[in-house]
Design a protein. Structure first.
Length: 281
């Protein structure tokens, strides 16, 4: 167990055919909680208020998947291949049983990971994400495509538009999140590059295309699942959270008002309270 925090824990590396970068910190008796990150996101993109709070009860493990941030290798163009890379990382750390949190693209990887290795995962948290073949899961659709294509926008401006609602309260929460997540000054991850963005966009578009009977495989996920989102997600439409909750055998759905894709960062205290209750039950 580590006495470090989100801002002080060192970046470590493990070899699994790919050199994976990761950060590991926290205390408590809970199972390790593995975080899977959003489109073009790195370890630096997580909210320290969220990670440090959850690390009070367990180890938290952040990592950059293949080709992303400080990790080596190339970013594949399918969720299935990204999941295989994530499992290689888990195996390289020797993890036998974990809880799993997936945000956005990370939530797609988390679903596939549970399907591929069900015995590995005890409980699953899915936030700002959707099922394979879900509604409007395509980065080519507005308004997200317009914002992503506008190169004049800063990272802060892009996140404020895509992760938060347009209200003054939500935008203020978005600025506070951005300030928190940029406090770490050492061993920062490289900024996302266009190669990673193109590969991940291809993977997300493919995930959004129905294959076979829609949502049929969700019934295979027998783990308890917490589905969390904002009431108006413009990146992965909130209807997908309802679909997950309806088709997963053991799911509970939490939606927050005046919030969008980044609801977990807008309401970190409430999200952590829900997550702790869920993981501890």
């Amino acid at each position: 167990m580590s006495q470090n925090t989100h801002d002080t824990t060192p970046t470590r590396f493990v070899e699994a055919g790919i050199r994976f970068a990761y950060r590991r910190f926290g205390n408590g008796k809970g199972l390790p909680l593995l975080f899977c990150q959003h489109f073009t996101g790195t370890m630096d993109g997580w909210d320290p208020k969220l990670t440090n709070t959850l690390a009070e009860d367990r180890e938290v493990i952040l990592f950059d998947n293949a080709g992303v941030g400080s990790s080596g290798g190339e970013t594949p163009e399918s969720v299935q291949a990204m999941t295989s890379d994530a499992l290689a990382f888990v195996d390289a750390l020797g993890l036998k049983r974990i809880d799993l949190l997936g945000f956005s693209l990370g939530g797609m990887i988390a679903q596939q990971l549970v399907l591929d290795r069900p015995a590995l995962v005890r409980r699953l948290i899915l936030t700002g994400t959707g099922p394979e073949g879900g509604e409007g899961i395509d980065l080519g659709l507005p308004p997200s495509s317009v914002v992503l294509a506008d190169r004049s926008l800063s990272t802060l401006e892009r996140q404020l538009r895509l992760f938060f609602a347009p209200s003054a309260t939500s935008q203020a929460a978005g600025r506070a999140f951005y300030e928190r997540r940029t406090k770490r000054k050492s061993e920062g991850d490289p900024s996302p590059n266009p190669i990673v963005a193109r590969a991940q966009a291809t993977a997300i578009k493919a995930w959004g295309q129905p294959s076979g009977k829609r949502y049929a495989r969700l019934k295979e996920i027998r783990q308890p699942v917490l589905v969390f989102n904002g009431i108006n997600d413009v990146m992965i439409p909130t209807i997908n959270s309802y679909i997950l909750a309806r088709h997963l055998p053991d799911a509970r759905l939490v939606l927050y008002p005046d919030a969008g894709h980044g609801a977990l960062f807008q309401y970190p205290e409430q999200f952590c309270a829900q997550a702790k209750l869920f993981l501890g039950s």
